[in-house]
Design a protein around this ligand. Structure first.
Ligand code: 13P
Ligand code: 13P
Ligand code: MG
Ligand code: MG
Length: 379
């Protein structure tokens, strides 16, 4: 295929089964039927419906380009209809991520998470789509850095002439709504200044030095959009593999180290990101720990050949075990930091409402009071 193809991945939480842990099959069925109609009459070439935890994900190929109103409208309609199904079953938090009742041309900023890219399909076009639950946009910063900039992870950066020049990272500052482009390896340390703070600076795209798109991630932060806590952003990410991009195994390798991400219970805790099989993407222990699944596809003229469950591999068993060990240790901290998020991140949870109730109970420090403290003296 020599015409540009667009791969759009759009997800939302439209109701959990049970609580925030899983997806009810009726929602998947509803989405499947609606996208099947869009495939028969256009504009979709192909699609795959998936879920990770309580989030439903739509993976779609078409020729409408990124930010297409037709595609975003389609995704929005699917989520609205799934919300109706969720309401009928009284699923938990039905319509949770849909921040508005009216569509206005693009789902960005309306709650759903979006990752999209347009490219000309290569002779062999392996792509991996990652979905995470119980975490936040920014969770891909560390793995994307490892994949595209760390020679200890990606042998191709050293060995392959097609990758040796490095990559270009686009980083979004979610607080100020501005972006910066940084080159690796030249500006690797500058890049880390920002993306190490993954709550604020989020890698949105990675390009080869020739300008080919290699990765796209969702950058929507629900709390910043809504101004209050409505659930976590549960991000998605698309990565192209092989050739001038990291090999499939280099793209998966960062997840062998379960890095610590924001999310878990009430979106208010740090926890390790567990790479798991599709069947295990049901975060139930303390609503977690956070999960990531990876769907591998070969593209064939816009058709999605797959998915292959890429973490269905016993070589990730040790990472999962380590995740459980870390999870145990963090859980023992209970409501204490650093298990609980720091105060500035808790601003977007329900904690400030509790603090407001106690606002009137604070007084000046003791030594400034008129009455000195009665210090018990020994007889
Ligand atoms: P193949 O020789 O099987 O294509 O593998 C090459 C490669 O890049 C493995 O990571
Ligand atoms: P979700 O963001 O996956 O809906 O989870 C919210 C939550 O509060 C989990 O405890
Ligand atoms: Mg939920
Ligand atoms: Mg979720």
């Amino acid at each position: 295929m020599s015409n540009p193809l667009t791969l759009s991945v759009i997800k939302a939480d439209v109701g959990g089964f049970v609580g925030h842990s899983h997806m009810h099959p009726d929602l998947l069925e509803e989405a499947q039927e609606q996208l099947e109609r869009a495939r028969l009459r256009g504009p979709l070439f192909d699609f795959h419906v998936t879920s990770c935890g309580d989030d439903i994900g739509l993976i779609m190929t078409h020729d409408q380009g990124v930010d297409s109103e037709a595609i975003h409208q389609l995704a929005w309609d699917v989520f609205m209809n799934c919300t109706d199904v969720a309401k009928g079953l009284k699923l938990y938090g039905a319509g949770q991520d849909l921040l508005s009742s009216a569509f206005s041309g693009n789902v960005r900023g309306m709650g759903p998470g979006v990752a999209e890219m347009t490219f000309v399909e290569r002779t062999g076009e392996p792509v991996i789509v990652f979905f995470a639950d119980k975490t936040s946009a920014g969770a891909w910063n560390l793995p994307l850095f490892r994949m595209f900039a760390d020679p200890f992870n990606t042998a191709g950066l050293v060995i392959s002439p097609a990758m040796h020049a490095g990559f270009r990272f686009e980083v979004l500052d979610v607080k100020q709504g501005r972006t910066i482009l940084l080159e690796t390896p030249e500006e690797m340390y500058d890049l880390l200044v920002f993306i190490g703070a993954s709550g604020r600076y989020i890698v949105s795209h990675v390009y080869s030095k020739t300008g080919e798109i290699g990765a796209a991630s969702s950058t929507q932060r629900l709390s910043l959009l809504a101004g209050h806590y409505v659930g976590k952003d549960d991000p998605v990410c698309i990565v192209r593999c092989q050739g001038e991009f990291p090999a499939v195994g280099e793209v998966l390798e960062p997840f062998s180290m379960p890095h610590i991400v924001q999310g878990w219970m009430r979106g208010s805790h740090y926890g390790p990101l567990m790479p798991c099989r599709f069947a295990d993407a049901n975060p139930s222990r303390f609503d977690g720990p956070p999960r990531v699944i990876s769907l591998g596809f070969q593209l064939a003229n816009g058709r999605l050949i797959g998915p292959k469950d890429m973490f269905d591999d016993p070589s990730f068993d040790e990472s999962r075990r380590l995740c459980n060990v870390i999870a145990d240790h963090l859980r023992r901290h209970g409501p204490f930091e650093p298990h609980r998020l720091p105060m500035e991140e808790m601003e977007y949870t329900t904690l400030p409402d509790v603090m407001k109730k106690l606002a009137g109970r604070w007084s000046a420090p003791h030594e400034k009071l008129d009455q000195p403290a009665k210090i018990p003296t020994s007889a």
